[in-house]
Design a protein around this ligand. Sequence first.
Ligand code: F6R
Length: 612
Amino acid sequence: MCGIVGYTGPKQAYPVILKGLKRLEYRGYDSSGVALLNNSSLNVYKKKGKVAELEEFLIGKNVEANIGIGHTRWATHGEPSDRNAHPHTSANGKLAMIHNGIIENYAQIKTELVKNGYSFTSDTDTEVLLNFIEYIQTNNSCSLEEALRIALKRVTGAYCILLIEAASPDTIIAARKGSPLVIGIGKGEHFLASDASPIIEYTKEVVYVNDYELAIVKPDELILKNLGNETITPYVTKLDMELSAIEKGGYDHFMLKEIFEQPSTIYDCLRGRLDAAAGTITMAGVQLNIEQLKNANRIMILACGTSWHAGLVAEYIIEELCRIPVEVEYASEFRYRNPIVNPGDVIIAISQSGETADTLVALNKAKEDGAFIFGVVNAVGSSIARISHAGAYTHAGPEIGVASTKAFTGQLAVLMMVALKIAIEKGTITQERYTHLLNELNDVPEKVDAILKNSEELKTIAEAYKDASDFLFLGRGYNFPIALEGALKLKEISYIHAEGYPAAEMKHGPIALVDENLPVVFVATKDSYHEKIVSNMQEIKARRGKIISIITDGDTISPELSNHYFSIPTADELIAPILTVIPLQLLSYYTGVAKGIDVDKPRNLAKSVTVE
Ligand code: F6R
């Protein structure tokens, strides 16, 4: 949700910033811009559209500078346009600023500024904050740093901001609360960005800035302070990521690359944890807190979107294996509905980015209420990972395609291991079943590989239904959340309206939609619900709906009822969701591509949703 990049050092700033913005485009792509400072001359360029349009616009322009800031936007206040694009310039023309987040009390501050003679050229909250900083600086004759500190004490909302000033031609001032900021430490140079992807090719030494911290960044100096003006020692970490992880590597899209990476990302997730031969699962985050986890009165899972779907699968699995009641909540709803959280409750937070504002805010609330937070997070060092009491990373590597794929299967693998570990410690699973499920989980990477080998079949199915206006996705039991996920994926990247439903619930309403034009995707693998879902297929067939089914190898009944089917290897029903989701990811991908949609950057979406 908005990407920001900054550079100060001996290099030309513009190429570094441009490349960084391209890497961060998954965070927003409705407009972009740069502010470049050459001695004390400040040049600001911005353009509606993707970063490529900014790049073209800047051909032949003066981009000479060793310091600069750049932004790629996901609109919150004000429609996507040149004038609402960042960076914004203050009224006196001396300051330029970029911002990721939302200033919630901007209207009140704007009214004060208007009374003091300010007018605005954009509809953004960012321009309000910038002019507020300028106003404080002018009225108090103080430094920019001091003015920023005073301004931030008045601000409510979320921000990561980078500020430059014509009078300080080598300094970037940054601050964060609620939106991420990483600073890369080079030799006589510093890089600032929303995540490590713009930094990785220059340095692996980084500092993750915390909420309510301010950074004063010069080529050879990095000073961190809190809002009380006390200096903080920066904690330098080493990035554990290679450049190749954030490049397309020959695939047409990041989404396709990430779908095809799943055999290895799931393997990486299991590696060092699951030892099927020895019959063990090693997860320090679970082991160290096993009493808390196995004695939980209740587990509440908080997440959004695809991660919420992983939570629904986990609900079924944890209740089945651990016999602990589980509730799965949309984080955004949890936050505002005065929920009951007791000290014996465990919260599992699931997030790919680790920065989703709805989830973060909900977790802060639960933490205040005394809950124990266990994070299942993909982005290492992210805010959710850091506020959790314990957790387990999914180790799926950077996910760049806006639609989440490999992070989801990583979440399912981690949650399965967590459930198995609690169950064996609690004694709610037999040794035999435990060993069986360990072996089943161990076989997943190979089975995913086998599914991917038949991906062309899904391309054909996608071509056949790409012009449909609606889709229905149905599943039962462990595959019900996968039906929801299939529908979400299709909506996101093909813009086809799709609904996911429990297959049995379909007859209580959605069946009215069924006619010969409606494709209905059944997630109908061989499990304890199979006979029932076959009856549901009959019900759709009787109404001439078009049936696409995801079935288990060797099933002879479902193909007879289906217009198209895709077979996956046999798996235990608790493990099946990690497999059944793969063909649905591919179906959505190929449908989006067949419709000419930029599947890595579908309209209106952004990856890391850092606004509430
Ligand atoms: C869907 C998708 C979103 C995210 C949601 C939560 O493909 O990517 O629905 O799952 O925004 O994001 P995280 O997992 O980063 O908290």
